[in-house]
Each structure stands twice: as C-alpha cells, then as structure tokens.
Design a protein around this ligand. Structure first.
Ligand code: TYD
Length: 134
C-alpha cells in the first residue's frame, strides 16, 4: 500500500454542555472489522513507539487525549500526521512503515486493529520492509 491510501477520518461529535461525546463503529466510520483495540500511555518525553510495518493488520489511530505525531512511509513517500483531537482518527492501511513520536504529557493513543495480535504479522526490519516493497 502507499501512503496516499492513508487518511484522516472525522468522527461524529455530539456537542453537549455536560461534555462532548464521539464514537466510531466498524465498517461505518472505520473501513475494516475491528478485532482488537490497544492503547499507548505514560510515554516518557522524547520516546518513540512503533518503528515497524504490518503484513496484514490495518489500524485506526486516535489521540484520545493530548497529541502525538504519526509518520507513515511506504518506502518512497513519507508523511507526518499530527493527531491532537479525539474526533479525528488516522486510518493506516497494511504494508506501511510507521512510527509515533512527540507524545505530549499525559497523551493517550488509542488504536483499533483489524487482526488479533501476532508477532508473525510484524516486519521490524526497515531493510526487509524496503526489499519487500521493491
Ligand atoms: P509493539 O507493537 O512492538 O509496540 P510499538 O509498536 O508501540 O512500539 O508492542 C510492544 C509489545 O507489546 C510487544 O512485545 C508485543 C506486545 N503487544 C501485545 O501483546 N498485544 C498487542 O495488541 C500489541 C499492540 C502489542
């Protein structure tokens, strides 16, 4: 997949004086069936997460709190997305190298994934990723 297939998806936002509410549903706001969710939190200043690609897994990443950057790279094009609103998510197709950085204090990265966790789906070597995409 190429980086151009990634996109920011705006989610419903129900404004309310009691506090706003947003949500997403599989196949409706997120273009895949969700088999897993995970979240990344308590990231020390200056740390990076990610730094790998998935063979099959697709993801939808939201900054539920705070902000962070997600950089996507298809081996040719690299693009950085800054996530800072809980009603915008980033859809990441399979086969894209990605890393996350610049986490603000108390940021919360929430990720919906299309497959259950399996280490076999990871490509953790950038050289291997580049060779596979040649
Ligand atoms: P990893 O995906 O490598 O983290 P990141 O991409 O954010 O740097 O996952 C870190 C560890 O957590 C790794 O040992 C696998 C484990 N893990 C699970 O067991 N289940 C999961 O759903 C995820 C995402 C990770």
């Amino acid at each position: 997949m190429d980086v151009a297939s990634a996109r920011i998806i705006q989610l419903p936002k129900i404004p309310d004086e009691r506090g706003n509410l947003s949500f997403f549903e599989q196949n409706e706001h997120v273009p895949f069936e969700i088999q897993r969710v995970y979240w990344i939190y308590d990231v020390p200043g200056g740390e990076e997460r990610g730094g790998h690609s998935y063979k099959e897994n697709e993801e939808f990443i939201i900054a539920l709190s705070g902000s962070f950057d997600v950089t996507l790279n298809d081996g040719v094009v690299s693009k950085k997305f800054t996530l800072s609103r809980s009603y915008y998510g980033l859809y990441v197709p399979k086969g894209i190298w990605r890393h996350m950085e610049n986490f603000s204090t108390n940021s919360l990265a929430f990720v919906a994934a299309s497959i259950v966790y399996t280490e076999d789906d990871y490509i953790r070597s950038y050289n291997e990723f580049i060779n596979l995409n040649k």
